[in-house]
Design a protein around this ligand. Structure first.
Ligand code: TXA
Ligand code: MG
Length: 337
């Protein structure tokens, strides 16, 4: 069942669903989440089952903002879940929360063990989408201290950026099992940047739309290189975000040469490339925007749309080099793996 997130009555209905241990399709500024009360082990278990996600892959716990938005307020917002919060993590919250940033922090051993996939850390994020903020606040009033939500796609598949995508992914769930809040198309479009703050120095675990330079400036120290001990993140598995069609990434000249070579024989191919690439009018084609933020916003919807044409191959132009494109390039490389 899809309900508009604009009606306060629907937010309240969704909050009651969460409090009762049922699942909610949650709009956020990054992608839609499949949400459950982080403190309810069996509800969280149903999220893993619905996604087909292995139980040792931790979920992000979403928290409502502090009333004050100062350092003390943010410490209080994460206190129910985080055992210990370093100064640089508080600085990151102050700079980017509510927003598309997830922080990995040492977990209080008595909370959210199932959501955290049994790890001794927990991923926390305060999202900025107004519907998410309203739902988190309403749910808290019903005793839900945090909302565990992975992206609302089946494991390994393309993340959803509209309520219709979520309905498509979980068509098998009944209206009683899943209420989807429609908050429109997600404005950021790719998942949050993840920074590990559980081991002394900040480490980038998943690139997103916040650049390393922005993160370093906000926390006043350099990001440490990832090493063997860095926590594993499922969104960082080599193959992920995969449509049914095979995705292939090629630089523009190579893509153009391949298309020219195929000529009129090109079939079963869809193309996502910048305006410089000439494509035979018969092929499904979407034009890749010049700005990284615009490309991120539409990326998953474009992959879904091209996939739905039934092609066997999606040829994508390799995005430009540069930190603002890191998140998009990361998702495309995994879709192609
Ligand atoms: O933008 C987002 O982050 C979206 C929206 C819904 O908030 N959520 C999202 O969730 O992308 P998911 O489950 O698809 O990806 C969460 C990532 C996974 O790669 C997971 O391994 C990592 O966060 N993660 C969560 N908790 C962790 C922990 N304690 N240690 C290491 N990685 C963790
Ligand atoms: Mg995901």
């Amino acid at each position: 069942m899809v309900l508009s997130a604009d009606a306060p009555a629907n937010i309240e209905a969704a909050a009651l669903r969460l409090a009762a241990g049922s699942l909610v399709g949650l709009p956020t500024e990054t992608v839609y989440g499949l949400a459950a009360d982080a403190g309810n082990a069996s509800a969280v278990q149903r999220v893993f089952e619905a996604k087909g996600r292995p139980g040792d892959h931790p979920l992000i716990v979403h928290v409502a903002p502090s009333a004050t938005a100062d350092a003390e307020g943010w410490r209080a917002a994460v206190a129910p879940f985080a055992r210990e919060v370093p100064e640089f993590a508080v600085a990151l919250m102050q700079a980017f929360w509510p927003g598309p940033l997830t922080l990995i922090l040492p977990r209080r051993p008595e909370v959210a063990a199932v959501a955290a996939g049994g790890q001794d850390s927990v991923g926390l994020r305060c999202p900025s989408h107004p519907a998410a903020l309203a739902l988190l606040q309403a749910a808290r009033a019903h005793g839900v201290m945090g909302v565990a939500a992975p992206s609302a796609n089946r494991f390994g598949r393309v993340s959803p950026t509209t309520a219709a995508h979520v309905a498509e992914e979980f068509a098998a769930l009944s209206d009683a099992a899943l209420l989807i809040l429609d908050g429109g198309a997600c404005p950021v479009g790719i998942e949050s940047t993840i920074v590990d703050c559980s081991r002394g120095a900040p480490v980038l675990l998943r690139p997103g739309m916040l650049t390393p330079a922005q993160i370093e400036a906000a926390c006043g120290q350099p990001l440490r290189e990832r090493d063997e001990q860095a926590p594993r993140a499922s969104g960082t598995l080599a193959s992920h975000y995969a449509p049914r069609a095979a995705v292939r990434l090629m630089p523009a000249p190579q893509l153009q040469a391949a298309l020219d070579l195929m000529g009129k024989d090109a079939k079963n191919i869809a193309v996502y490339a910048s305006k410089g690439v000439r494509v035979d009018g018969a092929l499904p084609r979407r034009r890749m925007p010049e700005m990284a933020a615009d490309c991120a916003q539409e990326l998953f919807a474009v992959l879904r749309e091209l996939d739905a044409t039934g092609v066997r191959l999606i040829w994508v132009e390799t995005p430009p080099v540069g930190p603002d494109w890191d998140g998009v390039r990361d998702r495309l490389e995994r879709a192609a793996a």
